[in-house]
Design a protein around this ligand. Sequence first.
Ligand code: WT7
Length: 628
Amino acid sequence: MSDEKFYYPPQHIIDNAHVQDYDALYKHSIENREEFWAAEAEKLEWYKKWDSVFDYSRKPFFEWFSGGQTNIVLNAIDRHLQTWRLNKLAIIWEGEPGDVRTLSYHALNREVCKFANILKGMGVRKGDIVTIYMPQIPELPIAMLACAKIGAAHSVVYGGFSVEALAARIEDARSRVLVTADGGWRRGKVTDLKSIANEAMRRSPTIEVCITVKRTGHDVVMENDRDFWYHDLAALPIASAKCDTEVMNSEDMLFILYTSGTTGKPKGLVHTHGGYSVYTSTTHRYVFDIKDEDRYWCAADPGWITGHSYLVYAPLINGSTIMMYEGAPNHPYPNRWWQMIEKYGITILYTSPTAIRGLMRFGDNWVKRHDLTTLRLLGSVGEPINPEAWRWYHKVVGGERCPIMDTWWQTETGGFMITPLPITPLKPGSATRPFFGNEVKVVDEHGVDVPANEEGKLVITHPSPGMARTILGDPERWATTYWSDFAKQGYYTAGDSARIDEDGYVWVIGRLDDVIKVSGYRLGTAEVESALVSHPTVAEAAAIALPHELKGNAIHCYVLLRNNITGSRELEEQLKEHVAKEIGPIAKPDAVNFVDALPKTRSGKIMRRVLKARAQGLDAGDISTLEE
Ligand code: WT7
């Protein structure tokens, strides 16, 4: 084992880390999985302890801590109010225009109670699903926590999504109540969320009540009897700052979060109160080595799983002070993030390779003007980090003092699955080793382990407590998508290809399915294609991902126009705008090519692989199923 290939964490970080011996604890956690997780669960509050730690009698459906009763809010807020953390800052929030709000745990509790009472007053009951469509303002985590507190599930739709994406998610969840805002600030401009929400409500009519938080103050259309301003409701006597936390079973639904897959319809993954609380808080504490004096910044949007698990829930359970920022990293200048790290004394920064590459582009001086010596640990998530970006992050941002936690996980897993600890020797570009309790393998199509350094399918051998339990309304799809490839072995298929090197380090290569990772955001080719064919000029469409220096993936589309319509530069622009309007700006294609035919199999499936190979000037491989 040559030493040069590793980056070693500084000694003082190793000395102070929660976990001192990865190998020993890992071995224990695999050999005594239930014992390991029960010991972690003991660190949280329960209204009633569980009867069984793990129940796998209905494979591939599983339960953790069944018979137990808790509520994530009991751990994220209530228990802190009994301690000195009552007056500790829970949230430091900065708006893009520079306005600042801070909330102690005491203040956060009051806001959550008020919001919870308003939701109740609007008829929200235990088990309902409330859709939340908001910019990054404190009311977003407040609304999430308020739902959880009263036993309603939330479905947060990322504020960067647009009409069709929002409408489809409202409809799938059959939400009666929508929480939104007039807009938010992004690059000096107002994002008009309320107009998008209005259009989505027109398309999917299940919403009876829409609560709107005033953020930007621009004119918006409010409909009588359906639309209410949050501040009007908050002034009513129902909005008291006291509210009991609902007693939930471990396996009761906490939230659903939609993610893209191979078909057009997004999957609403169901996460639960008990196992998710245990898993996210444990991973967060050990991986980011959380101490009470930390100021922790997860720069993801709460609208994604990273925001749910590691901006909102895990840090609050661990009693951390979280930083939250509304806007763009380069507004008004590319030093905005570095300025805030210096100003607030941030100790841990968790972000994505895309954000790092984007900021790296502006050069070192924007960073070097700021004193970032409070930083102790860095994190990365969303896509493989290229070694060049890793080194820049390590050297320029972290001043060579801060180990980088490259965390591999998914919306489905709820929390980190493969990740370093602060004590782990690092290799740039590798997420290193599995977290406790997880066995990870790289296998061939028969489920047999491939030799070291060979590429194969990434699988997880056993359900972990933080994993989703099912897909809303479609348990069959949960079983077939994730648990059927290697049903005999009982493996979970992640949908990624990877290799494991001679040191047992995992290198994730990328998606095997039709998922595109644009700037770390997950989109399905089918979603882009269905947006394209919803345009009156388009007959058929195919979307593929091509490598992109900054965004990881770029979206390239191939479009077959309807009879008598010819392609043009203007139409190309129109189609790009159309996709951005239907799904959201992140889905805007980089290129739209007009073609006379699409490569298809004899059964009519588009062979995206062929398009991709051709676009890259590569050999398309086996095309025996191609219809001529
Ligand atoms: C997919 C899951 C988990 C929160 C954000 C994304 C890719 C994620 C890494 C990483 C290499 C990564 C995988 C995975 N991915 N983290 N550290 N290294 N690839 O969640 O939208 O559910 O996407 O993101 O391809 O399958 P998601």
